[in-house]
Design a protein around this ligand. Structure first.
Ligand SMILES: [Zn+2]
Length: 470
C-alpha cells in the first residue's frame, strides 16, 4: 500500500461502490442518533459459544466505525468464560464487550458504546439466540450457531445446544460475520438514494453447514476429536484475512501445532477496519506481533517472521501447509511456485470473498485462479469471476475478509480430521458476495486447471515430487 492511501477508509470506498455514490454527509450524521442494538439471550450468554459469537459480532460491527458509530450491548449479568478471544475471563460480559469496542478506535474518537439496552425503539438489532430482543426493534437480524453450523436471517433459528466434549468455534465465528453483514446491509440502505441492487438483505433465515457446505439445515458435521494436531502451518500475510484465520486458530480448543506468522508490514490506522486481532493502541506495531498476541495462552506454538514469501520461503519457514492471506495475485503466484503441499487461500474483491483449497497439485493450483495478466481477458472458466485484478487501494470491509479467514481455517480443520468436505480438486472454490448474495449450494464452484498453467508441466510435477521427498 502506498503512503498516500494511509488514511483512505476502505469501507468508505466500498460504501461508495455498492451505493453508486459517496454517502451524503447529512445521512452519515444521522447514524449516531440511531444506535445498533447487539443483544444476546440469557441462555446463550452463559455459554462459550454465545460469548464468542457476541465478541466476534462486536469486533466486526465496531470496525465499521463511522457506519456504526453507536452500539448498545445488551447481555445478561454473567461473567466472561475462559477461551473467548478479545475478552478477559471473569469480567462482566456486557461491560467487557463495551471496553473491547472502545479499544478499537483511538482515544477521543466520536463513537459511543454502551452496556445495556436503552428504553427506546431500535431501528436495527443483531440478536444472538432465538428469544425476542430486550427492546422494541423495527428490523431484527437473528444469529445462532452450533459446532459446524451458522444460522442468520430475519427469523430466529433454534440450533440444539450440543453436548460436545471439544469446543468447535467455527459455526459461531461464521455466524458473527454473516450477522455483521446483514446489519451493514441495513446501514448502507439507510445511506442510499433509491434501492441499490448490490445490497440484498436475506429474506429468509439460512443455516450454513460448514462441514459439507450444505444449506438446508438438515445436516451437521462430526464433533472435533479430543486430540487434533494441525502440524506446522504458515499464515502468509496477517492483515485482513490472515488475522481472521489467526483468530479462528486461537478460538480452537486444545489443538496442537506450530503457526508461522509471516508478514513484513506494520499496522496502520486504516488496518483497524479489517485486522480483527488489532486494537487502536497497536498502530505502528509489527503485524506479526499483533497476531502472535492473539495466540498467546493457546496450545499452539508460534514463530514470528517479519518477512514475506518471495522467490524463496523465509529462511525459518518449514511449513508445508500455507494459509494464504496476501493481497495480490503476484504474491499468491510466488507462494504457489514454492509448491507447498497444501494451500488454503482467501481473497476479497469489494463485497465478494473467495476461499479455495489446493492440496498436492490435484485440481487447479493458485496460479490457475490468479493467472498473470496478459492484457487479454482471461479465458472463460466455470468460475470466471474468481480471477482477481490487483488494484490499490482496495474497496473492502472487515466482515468480508473475516469470513474468508474463518472459512480457510474450517477447511484446514476438516482436512486434519480426515473428513471429506466438498472443497476438493473438482470443486475447490467457495465464493460469496457478502452484501449482494445468499449463502447457498451454488457458492461452491467447480474449477478446472488451466492447460497453459505451470502446474500442468511435467517439470513442475517432478519438482513437486522432489520437494516432497526432501
Ligand atoms: Zn495451475
Amino acid at each position: 500500500m502506498g503512503e498516500s492511501f494511509e488514511h483512505v477508509s476502505r469501507a468508505g470506498l466500498l460504501a461508495a461502490e455498492v451505493l453508486g455514490h459517496a454517502p451524503a454527509a447529512e445521512r452519515l450524521a444521522g447514524l449516531p442518533g440511531e444506535p445498533v442494538l447487539l443483544a444476546i439471550g440469557a441462555a446463550e450468554a452463559a455459554t462459550r459459544r454465545g460469548q464468542l459469537l457476541l465478541a466476534t459480532a462486536a469486533n466486526l460491527l465496531g470496525r465499521l466505525f463511522v457506519f456504526a458509530p453507536a452500539i448498545d450491548v445488551d447481555a445478561a449479568p454473567v461473567s466472561v468464560v475462559p477461551g473467548v478471544p478479545g475478552l478477559r475471563a471473569g469480567r462482566p460480559l456486557g461491560a467487557e464487550v463495551q471496553t473491547f469496542l472502545e479499544s478499537l478506535s483511538p482515544p477521543a474518537s466520536p463513537f459511543r458504546y454502551r452496556a445495556g439496552a436503552a428504553a427506546v425503539s431500535y431501528r436495527t438489532a443483531l440478536v444472538i439466540g432465538d428469544r425476542p430482543p430486550p427492546a422494541p426493534v423495527r428490523d431484527a437480524v437473528f444469529v445462532g450457531a452450533d459446532a459446524w453450523r451458522a444460522a442468520v436471517g430475519p427469523e430466529p433459528v433454534s440450533l440444539p445446544a450440543g453436548g460436545e466434549d471439544v469446543f468447535n468455534p467455527l459455526g459461531a465465528l461464521v455466524a458473527a460475520a454473516l450477522g455483521a453483514a446483514e446489519i451493514a446491509k441495513r446501514i448502507f440502505l439507510r445511506l442510499a438514494e433509491g434501492h441499490p441492487a448490490t445490497i440484498t438483505p436475506l429474506e429468509r433465515s439460512v443455516t450454513w453447514d460448514l462441514w459439507q457446505h450444505r444449506f438446508d439445515g438438515t445436516t451437521a458435521g462430526p464433533a472435533l476429536p479430543r486430540r487434533l494436531d494441525l502440524g506446522r502451518i504458515a499464515v502468509a500475510g496477517v492483515g485482513a484475512i490472515g488475522s481472521a484465520a489467526t483468530l479462528a486458530l486461537a478460538a480452537l480448543e486444545d489443538v496442537t501445532g506450530t503457526v508461522e506468522l509471516v508478514d513484513d508490514d506494520t499496522l496502520s490506522v486504516t488496518n483497524l477496519e479489517r485486522v480483527v486481532t488489532a486494537r487502536a493502541a497497536d498502530v505502528g506495531r509489527r503485524k506479526v506481533d499483533v497476531a502472535a498476541r492473539a495466540l498467546r495462552g493457546t496450545s499452539l506454538g508460534t514463530v514470528r517472521m517479519a518477512a514475506r514469501f518471495a522467490i524463496h520461503a523465509p529462511a525459518a519457514s518449514a511449513a508445508e501447509t500455507i494459509l494464504v492471506g496476501v493481497d495480490s495475485g503476484a504474491a499468491r503466484r510466488r507462494i504457489m511456485n514454492l509448491l507447498p503441499h497444501a494451500v488454503y487461500n482467501g481473497g476479497t474483491q469489494g463485497s465478494e470473498l473467495l476461499v479455495s483449497r489446493h492440496v498436492g497439485l490435484e485440481g487447479p493450483c493458485l496460479e490457475c485462479l490468479y493467472p498473470e495478466s496478459t492484457g487479454a481477458p482471461p479465458a472463460a472458466q466455470e468460475c470466471g469471476r474468481a480471477v482477481v485484478v490487483d488494484e490499490l487501494p482496495e474497496a473492502t470491509i472487515g466482515f468480508v475478509s473475516a469470513l474468508a479467514g474463518f472459512l480457510m481455517v474450517a477447511e484446514l480443520v476438516k482436512d486434519r480430521m480426515g473428513g471429506a468436505g466438498p472443497l476438493d480438486a473438482a470443486r475447490p472454490v467457495a465464493r460469496l458476495d457478502a452484501l449482494g448474495g445468499t449463502p447457498e449450494a451454488s457458492c461452491v464452484e467447480a474449477y478446472r486447471p488451466r492447460r497453459d498453467c505451470f502446474c500442468q508441466s511435467p517439470e513442475t510435477r517432478r519438482r513437486a515430487r522432489r520437494t516432497r521427498r526432501a
